[in-house]
Design a binder for this molecule. Structure first.
Ligand code: COA
Length: 381
């Protein structure tokens, strides 16, 4: 096998077909089932987009009503899960809590080896209903606050925000504009073809393993800072810089040291991430309402230096980081927010993988020592 046959990181390799989303780096565009993501962000709820990802078409009013009724019926956590979460250390990363929660939930799957699409979508509903509750509970337990009960009349974004930031009497703490900006981020984070976490889910499903295992694995892949973990690192960087007037200097020095600047660059998009303009719009609208002009100035300054020094453009995590910060989320919960969205895309991909499955098992080029004989232990030096 020659060096030219090895594609490190599977860079440029097309491993299968998908009809779920299309990433078009030449035109900086992204479609979900043929609809431009910026069109969906402006015109649809997160639930409409989930329906689209799972069934291929946008729902009618009646279809959406039934879909929401089903999804909301899963909004309750069993006592075992609640006590498991409370038993986990407050010091662990919140992604570990989510990963553990999904793995635990998988132990109740009555039919783990089925490849039936309805069963997989029912797991998707379960996760979309319960993981926001797990995240809300984890945020609140870490600051010693009581859980807030879910509201079955609210959509996913609105219910989640009230469970995190609401008042005990059920009154909401977030404005309709905040809810909408958060919901826009969920739509933008929902799906992105064969990214590392989705591909991980598909690899696991390709062995005919169960959906909870595939999603547990996907959460592990998403946690890394080169993938979903980047949105947290963006904010850590911004908090470290602190003053927008220092951003150019900080960036210059970091680039001199050849450091990776989180929130910039992408394996597929080399001329800009199609999702950034929509998320940037939300970040700016949040800044206007939450006195966040400092973060906008820092965003602009960092982007300017990066462009001038490297030409590398921001990815979705760059505006999402400060947007989540202005909404009031603790920084180490930013990647779990990404999970709450991407679980919709993972579910669609698991269904698609099973529709036309082939075990994913690439080759490797061996570069270790040549063949040799075992020397008995008494003769080894
Ligand atoms: N900061 C500084 N330099 C960067 C960079 C960044 N964020 N992203 C890429 N580069 C540079 C690399 O250092 C490399 O330079 P070199 O050729 O001089 O060694 C070159 O650009 C190519 O990078 P490479 O890592 O090979 O490209 P990739 O396609 O494998 O990387 C990412 C894609 C996402 C892993 C990479 O851009 C990155 O690490 N970004 C930061 C993490 C992030 O925001 N992840 C979220 C992605 S949505």
């Amino acid at each position: 096998m020659s060096d030219s046959q090895v594609r490190k990181g599977l860079n440029g390799v097309i491993s299968d077909y998908t009809s779920i989303s299309k990433v078009m780096p030449e035109s900086n565009s992204l479609t979900y089932r043929g609809y431009a993501v910026e069109d969906l962000v402006e015109n649809c709820s997160f639930e409409e987009v989930i329906y689209l990802l799972w069934f291929g078409e946008l729902p009618t009013t009646e279809q959406l009503r039934t879909f929401n009724t089903t999804g909301r019926s899963y909004r309750s956590l069993d006592a075992g899960l609640i006590s498991l979460i409370h038993s986990l250390p407050n010091t662990c990363h919140p992604m570990d809590v989510l990963r553990t929660a999904v793995s635990y939930m998988g132990t109740f799957d009555p039919d783990p080896f089925t490849r039936d699409a309805d069963h997989i979508r029912s797991i998707g509903h379960n996760l979309l209903a319960q993981l926001p509750m797990v995240v809300a509970m984890d945020i609140r337990r870490r600051s010693g606050e009581e859980i807030i009960a879910p509201d079955h009349n609210k959509g996913i974004a609105s219910n989640f925000l009230s469970m995190v930031f609401g008042n005990d009497d059920g009154s909401v703490a977030n404005s309709a504009d905040d809810i909408r900006d958060f919901e826009r981020s969920l739509i933008l984070y929902a799906e992105h073809s064969f990214n590392a976490s989705t591909f991980s889910a598909r690899v696991i499903s390709s062995t005919r393993s169960d959906t909870y295992s595939a999603i547990t694995g996907a959460i592990g892949a998403l946690k890394g800072p080169l993938h979903g973990g980047a949105n947290e690192f963006v904010m850590h960087t911004m908090l470290d810089i602190d003053d927008p007037n220092n951003a150019a200097d900080w960036m210059g020095k970091a680039l001199d040291r050849k450091e990776r600047i989180m929130g910039f660059g992408h394996r597929v998009y080399k001329n800009g991430d199609s999702r950034v303009p929509s998320m940037e719009k939300s970040m700016r609208s949040l800044a206007a309402r939450h006195r966040g002009q400092k973060w906008v100035r820092m965003y602009e300054s960092m982007q300017e230096v990066m462009e001038a020094r490297t030409g590398i453009k921001p990815n979705l995590d760059f505006p999402a980081g400060p947007a989540y910060y202005m909404l009031g989320f603790p920084v180490d919960f930013f990647t779990p927010l990404f999970v709450l969205a991407r679980v919709s895309g993972w579910t669609a991909h698991i269904v698609e993988q099973f529709e036309n499955n082939a075990l994913i098992r690439p080759l490797s080029a061996y570069n270790g020592v040549e063949e040799r004989e075992v020397v008995p232990i008494s003769e080894r030096t």
